[in-house]
Design a binder for this molecule. Structure first.
Ligand code: SAH
Length: 379
């Protein structure tokens, strides 16, 4: 039985018709089916409270039958499925979205219509840190003047005095891309900080940041346990995003090098190292495969490689260079057990043994499966 009345229309929670225990066993058996041939699969770590775990609420605004609505944007139909709340998103953040919607009515601001290109207000994104309690509101509009923007923000802060910062983002494109490239901070500093694994991380509107903070701590805890560093290692954090994994490991390593394709994330990673006083971590902007190849060609010594690629898995170049570099340990964090299975096959053939496999449920009610794997060089 679906707990959410719009689960079918929205499509975001593919497994909501199952009980949480059933969801966990389904994910467990999928991991066993795909990678169980390589090693025993430890029992998936689920959440005690598998609802409202998302630290980010993202709602589109639209106009329907003469009234403004908010909800989930569906790219397939280019329509907004009306939803005032969501069982996965932070409840208070959803309340802020509703306030923004009401203020649009009070200020007579029109919602944008993707099909006609008319209207002004497109999306609202709220990010809230459970640890620091800081809140960021991003108001995304089509291009043009934001009428009475000061009064609008004042009215928002009056209703939610705990908001830390409000950013106005302008997205003039007629594609459903969420954020445009131009932003203006209307209140506060334009970013918030979150605490994770004893460190603080700066989150800007465009930063990539894990949405489930509680389970991210569990996941990174497993990465740390599997890496079992002893202060003497050179560690590569490949596909490092804003550097969160590498920075949480830096205190146990001699040197950490993160590599990431997205330039904004690399800037955040460098800033995150600095605000945490971490001096033995550096971050490279580039393709992980190319960087690994340059290390292999330079015959660099690397002790441990952490890799956390997107759904497509690691590139061929990445895996070949990893085998050439021949680190003692590899910790593979995967968001797609299918490409994980393919990559483990290559690494096994190249001389690695799969020692541990641990699934972690980062996204309850959805079909997504996160898995951490420890590999060790056999000779
Ligand atoms: N380890 C991070 C981010 C993982 S998401 C965390 O735990 O938060 C995967 C990351 O890989 C994204 O930040 C994406 O921008 C990056 N990425 C995608 N293709 C890449 C490539 N070819 N080389 C380097 N990074 C890449």
């Amino acid at each position: 039985m679906n707990k959410c009345p719009i689960a079918k229309k929205c499509g975001g929670c593919q497994l909501q018709n199952l009980s949480y225990d059933e969801q966990l066993s389904l994910k467990q058996s999928r991991v066993i089916r795909l990678v169980g041939k390589y090693c025993h699969v430890d029992e998936i770590i689920g959440m005690d409270e598998p609802f409202h775990y998302r630290n980010k609420a993202t709602h589109a605004l639209s106009f329907r039958s003469g009234r403004i609505i908010s909800g989930i944007y569906q790219s397939a139909t280019r329509r907004v499925v009306e939803a005032d709340s969501c069982l996965l998103e932070d409840e208070y953040s959803c309340k802020i979205v509703q306030t923004v919607k009401r203020l649009c009515i009070d200020f007579k601001i029109k919602a944008y219509d993707l099909n006609t290109g008319r209207g002004f207000f497109r999306h609202v994104m709220v990010r809230r840190s459970a640890g620091t309690k800081q809140i960021m509101v991003v108001l995304v509009t089509a291009k043009g003047d934001f009428p009475k923007k000061r009064e609008f923000v004042d009215a928002l802060i009056k209703r939610h005095s705990d908001i830390t910062t409000v950013v106005w983002n302008i997205n003039p494109t007629d594609t459903p891309l969420f954020l445009g490239s131009k932003s203006e901070t209307l209140y506060g500093d334009g970013y918030i900080t979150d605490s994770l694994c004893g460190l603080v991380f700066r989150i800007s509107p465009r930063s990539f940041y894990q949405v489930n903070t509680l389970q991210t701590e569990v996941l990174y805890g497993k990465v740390r346990e599997f890496a079992s560093l002893s202060h003497s290692e050179t560690v590569i954090d490949a596909y490092c995003g804003t550097g969160t994994i590498g920075l949480t490991l830096a205190r146990d390593a001699k040197r950490v090098i993160g590599v990431e394709l997205n330039g904004d994330s690399v800037k955040d990673a460098i800033e995150n190292a600095s605000i945490n006083g971490i001096k033995n971590a550096e971050f490279i902007n580039g393709d992980a495969g190319e960087y690994m190849q340059s290390l292999a060609e330079g015959k660099e010594r690397v002790d441990t490689v952490i890799t956390d690629p997107p759904r497509a898995g690691c590139s061929r170049q990445f895996l070949e260079s990893l085998l050439a570099l021949s680190p003692k340990k590899v910790v593979y964090v995967s968001c797609n057990p299918e490409t994980l299975s393919r990559d483990l096959f290559t690494l096994r053939k190249g001389g690695y043994r799969v020692k541990k496999i641990q699934p972690v449920d980062m996204f309850p009610h959805t079909e997504h499966i996160e898995t951490v794997v420890l590999l060790e060089r056999s000779v």
